[in-house]
Design a protein around this ligand. Sequence first.
Ligand code: CTP
Length: 479
Amino acid sequence: MTVNNPKIEAPVLHLIGEEADRLGLECYVIGGWVRDLFLHRPSDDIDVVVVAPQPPEGGENSGIGITLADAVAKRLGKGAHLAVFKTYGTAQVKHKGMELEFVGARRESYRRDSRNPIVEDGTLEEDQNRRDFTINAMAICLNKHSYGELLDPFDGIGDLERCIIKTPLDPDITFSDDPLRMMRAIRFATQLGFNLDGETFDAIARNKERIGIITKERIAEELNKIMLSRRPSEGWILLDKTGLLPLIFPELAALKGVEVKEGRGHKDVFYHTLKVLDNVAEGDSGLWLRWAALLHDIGKPRSKAWDPQAGWTFRNHNYIGAKMVPKIFARLKLPLNEKMEYVRKMVDLHMRPINLIEDTVTDSAVRRLLFEAGDDIDDLMLLCDADITSRNEQKVERYHRNYQLVRQKMVELEERDRIRNFQPPVNGDEIMAMFHLEPCSLVGELKAAVKDAILDGVIPNERDAAIQYINELWQKKQK
Ligand code: CTP
């Protein structure tokens, strides 16, 4: 079949084919770019596989990928940047925001950044055999004699139509070649809204322990792609069903299940969490708010208790959860920077707005939340809205309305008191100068007293009022 899509007529693809013809090589665009062409997804990474006319029997890698990349970079001229990875027999050409990757066809399993140097050249078919999924194994010829011809030995097109993720070979072989592919299978299923083929699914369940040899960084990359999908819950459910979840994220697996005592059960926190995550994802939220949603109740199993009067309780689960965040981030190799701090804060504060919906709530409590959440207050309110997952529609309606009122109250107080980006109107140096003090704990005490007076509404958030307040405090202390 010849591909009929304007993208395949891109001048750069014709140019690659012309250079290959000149060098007497066969070349094909392959992998993700071809898959995305049929799915109408944008893609600037183009993988090109190069085949020697007669691969040497058991021969050394002849570096034909590098040869073609070099010729293409020269033809493209000044704007092109060539990078050669000799040990791996690959080369990359960057040009006008595109990344062109060149590699010789391999008999061995394909891993772009494999630690093992490539040892043997292969035919196109051998190369396609060793790729991860049928939808990623399709190739389109770039040589003039068959330009645009699709080579699809495993019916990748059919699997795209059927929305199936399936390995080209026996899945036990494909996954043992590279166990990261078990994560990739679930990630592609989630990103594309596809199903896992039955045998592929069973093989993941059978080979799950092999995930242990994959670095945490690679797993994190896949998890982040799952998290950024339209319905991230689908990925986490597949991770659970295949048995990978407890191996890569035991704290999340621990949220599963319902305990019943005296006829009273609690929510299944795992499925509740996934609903909250999907709710947040619907609103086009960023990666870290999604992580906050996934972790908001992570402290629940550790705080769960049975109270004969109240039933199941999860006291302080937000504090316990917030304390778990840095450890989880460290183990999953997620960044230990301000992103982690943001997630920790969200988990810590996620129960606060719900306590502000009563009529009797004081302005002081609202100001304190504004102060602690700072600029992240809007994200916190999005998380709290997403956290309402009751099946009772009237209840959901009531909660949303109440949150609206809390938001309104916040807006009013913020307009008046500007607490969000609170900076003390008098700093420590000024306090020391006012009373001729050396640095000491009293300076900190006076500063904290001013902050509390402002947050409690005793004085307005203004410099003159703050100075007068400190003077009065000082006078009292002298008596
Ligand atoms: N590949 C593979 N096994 C892997 C990684 C990659 O077989 N563990 C092959 C697949 O044919 C894949 C191609 O290499 O299509 C390119 O890999 P990569 O750039 O990682 O993935 P894409 O398919 O392009 O998709 P994405 O960019 O979304 O990761």
